[in-house]
Design a protein around this ligand. Sequence first.
Ligand SMILES: [Zn+2]
Length: 93
Amino acid sequence: MAAKHQGRSGRPWARIKARWKATSRICYLCGHWIPADVPPNHPLEYTVDHIDPRSKGGPPTMENTAPAHRRCNSRKGVKALAELELLKTSRAW
Ligand SMILES: [Zn+2]
């Protein structure tokens, strides 16, 4: 019953995040500065996003990730959904 699995999103991911924090504080989505001291789950919180979603299952690397505001990060997801909707409607010709 000793399930002490770290999982894929354990240490390496935290390491990448810490590395990004030390390297860059510019959001790659909106190009604005990401403030250092915001409370957790704040819209401007520092998050690290996967650039290529296909690599989500693989180990996180600096090449496939970039810093972004929490707000921008989730907005990107919304945009992707909107594009899917567009594809659906344009099929109706
Ligand atoms: Zn941003």
